[in-house]
Design a protein around this ligand. Structure first.
Ligand code: FAD
Ligand code: DLZ
Ligand code: SF4
Length: 509
């Protein structure tokens, strides 16, 4: 009896459920580079190169174990349009008795998978993706009856359930959350540490050349490609992060520095989301560093919270709320995405830097994604789907299960508060406090009107004014609404006029 096991590009984990009982003597493994996956959004060139190279390396490792791998490459004479066509082709070649797959990371692909059994005419078993601490059913049970979900309680439940950073039923260090210690700006004169990057090997070099030729007009550079594309290199990246960056991860988690995107961040999300690392081994490595006394609690708790907390939480929100989640637009935002998100041509020093970093590395760290390009989209009133497409395209770690809740819920508040208790809206003052961007910018973060007023600051006050109906009752926004109420009508009119001019392009920003 031959079983065909279909492994997708973000399922490159040897312990994946679809491979759990795989037998090299009988089974065939299918992997397919397909047109639809490489084009359903205009992916960054590095994202495509990362996924294809990691897939090719994973196939090579399976073959070395003795498996038959049916690998369809995009540069084959006859590439496949989509996953279903790849499956049809492999079924024709190997006449399997059944197909086994692991549930995918995107609603779009799940719809496709659900149709397979009927269209292919043979049994298709879709197994749960057990690479997460919480199953979708666990999250559903936790979320039952709640109209708003809050990370903190979900995270505490997972800490207790899995005994992570717990001692005698209490959180290690005496508190659940060390966020208050983790908001330090970057210290003057400190240089960021050198970070481990990986030179492309022969497979990656081939893929990079192919991507450059096949996707010449896609956003992004390939020159600085340095992502780990094998499990061995991903483990090296994890070890290097734990040794060199984790101890200071907490302190400067929210800091931003011009032309320095990595700071003490892990740079592990592409490897984690593609399956080269598991969440458990990353969390275990951080907790072990704490146990050895190699990293302080604020760093380790802050890091664990990102993975055991946020990563699990956004996945739960995605699967429990989709497909309706993507269609909500609580603030009625309807503006197109400003062109400078792609071109980087803007006088706003912060935005120009984040777009440039994104272009060079298919990466920006969390606060850059949230408080620069995310908040600007919120304040500008960009239509959620337009900003979501940008985020899904430009980051090497972007799959819809993780991108959508972060953009739709966290950055844009388009879900009306399911994920966040208030919009992350902020004027230029926040960026000025947490970065060195404003020092080299032609705008002044403290000004809301006038030629040199910071667009973030103008748009922030305009955002509050425009959304008074939807937001004024939110107690967490009481203070800014009180300030807004003290502004003279002519000041408010001047803010609204400048905000309109910024959005319409009459004033160049
Ligand atoms: P670190 O800052 O070092 O954090 C460690 C790990 O924690 C990350 O590798 C990641 O796995 C996890 N993590 C941290 N924050 C989050 C979060 N909010 N949601 C889920 N996991 C988290 N992350 C993605 O993996 N893919 C995305 O498409 C994505 N889109 C985002 C869009 C927006 C608007 C925002 C605000 C955040 C987004 N994030 C996304 C979350 C976060 O920005 C990235 O996970 C992080 O920047 C990856 O870099 P790192 O590995 O250096 O992370
Ligand atoms: C992101 C991506 C890209 C660019 N290309 C492929 C591909 O050719 N083949 C493949 O199996 N997966 C690819 N992926 C990842 C898929 O988009 C991802 O597996 C699905 O969206 C499900 O999460
Ligand atoms: Fe960004 Fe405003 Fe600061 Fe310029 S002044 S860097 S636009 S926050």
């Amino acid at each position: 009896m031959t079983t065909l096991r279909f492994i997708l590009g973000d399922q490159l984990t040897r312990t994946l459920s679809a491979l759990a009982d795989a037998d090299p003597a009988r089974d065939v493994i299918l992997m397919a580079e397909v047109v639809e996956e490489t084009t359903y959004v205009p992916h960054h060139k590095q994202k495509i190169a990362f996924v294809l190279s990691a897939m090719r390396h994973f196939a090579q490792a399976l073959r070395a174990e003795g498996f038959t791998v049916h690998y369809i490459a995009l540069d084959d004479a006859a590439p496949c349009p989509d996953f279903t066509a790849a499956l049809v082709r492999a079924i024709g070649a190997h006449a399997p008795d059944r197909v086994i797959a692991t549930e995918p990371g995107e609603w779009r692909v799940r719809e496709m998978m659900t149709a397979w059994q009927a269209t292919l005419g043979l049994p298709v078993e879709i197994r749960a993706d057990d690479r997460f601490y919480a199953s979708v059913d666990d999250f559903r049970t936790w979320a039952q009856g709640k109209t708003q979900y809050r990370l903190e309680y979900f995270y505490r439940d997972l800490r207790r359930r899995h005994g992570i950073l717990m001692a005698d039923g209490q959180p290690v260090g005496g508190q659940w959350n060390f966020d208050a210690d983790n908001r330090k700006p970057w210290p003057k004169k400190r240089s960021p540490p050198r970070r481990l990057r990986f030179a492309p090997d022969a497979i990656t070099t081939d893929v990079i050349a192919f991507v450059a030729q096949r996707f010449p007009d896609n956003f992004g550079d390939l020159d600085d490609f340095g992502w780990p594309v094998t499990r061995t290199d991903a483990r090296r990246a994890l070890d290097a992060f734990i040794a060199e960056a984790l101890p200071s991860f907490g302190d400067h988690q929210d800091a931003m520095l011009r032309a320095q995107p990595f700071l003490y961040h892990a740079l592990l999300s592409p490897a984690l989301n593609a399956g080269l690392l598991t969440a458990r081994e990353v969390v275990d490595a951080a907790v072990a560093a704490y146990a050895r006394g190699d990293a302080p609690i604020n760093a380790v708790e802050g890091f664990v919270r990102q993975i055991l907390g946020w990563r699990e939480y956004v996945r739960g929100v995605y699967w429990v709320r989709m497909p309706a989640y993507a269609d909500t637009n609580a603030l009625g935002a309807d503006r197109p995405l400003p062109w400078f998100y792609w071109s980087g041509e803007t006088k706003m020093a912060c935005v120009a830097d984040v777009v440039e970093t994104t272009r060079r590395h298919a990466y920006a760290h969390h606060i850059q994604r949230l408080m620069v390009t995310g908040v600007l989209g919120l304040l500008w009133g960009v239509r959620p789907a337009a900003l979501e497409e940008w985020y899904l395209a430009v980051y090497a770690d972007a799959y819809e299960w993780v991108e959508l809740p972060n953009v739709h819920g966290m950055a844009l508040y388009a879900d009306g508060g399911v994920l966040a208790s208030k919009p992350y809206a902020a004027g230029g003052g926040y960026i000025n406090r947490m970065s060195d961007y404003c020092r080299g910018c032609r705008f002044d973060p403290s000004k809301r009107v006038g030629e040199d007023a910071c667009p973030f600051t103008t748009l922030y006050w305009d955002f509050l004014a425009r959304n008074t109906g939807a937001l004024k009752a939110n107690v967490r926004l009481a203070m800014p609404y009180r300030t807004l109420a003290t502004m003279a009508p002519e000041d408010r009119a001047a803010i609204a006029a400048r905000a309109d001019a910024i959005r319409d392009g009459t004033v160049a920003v």
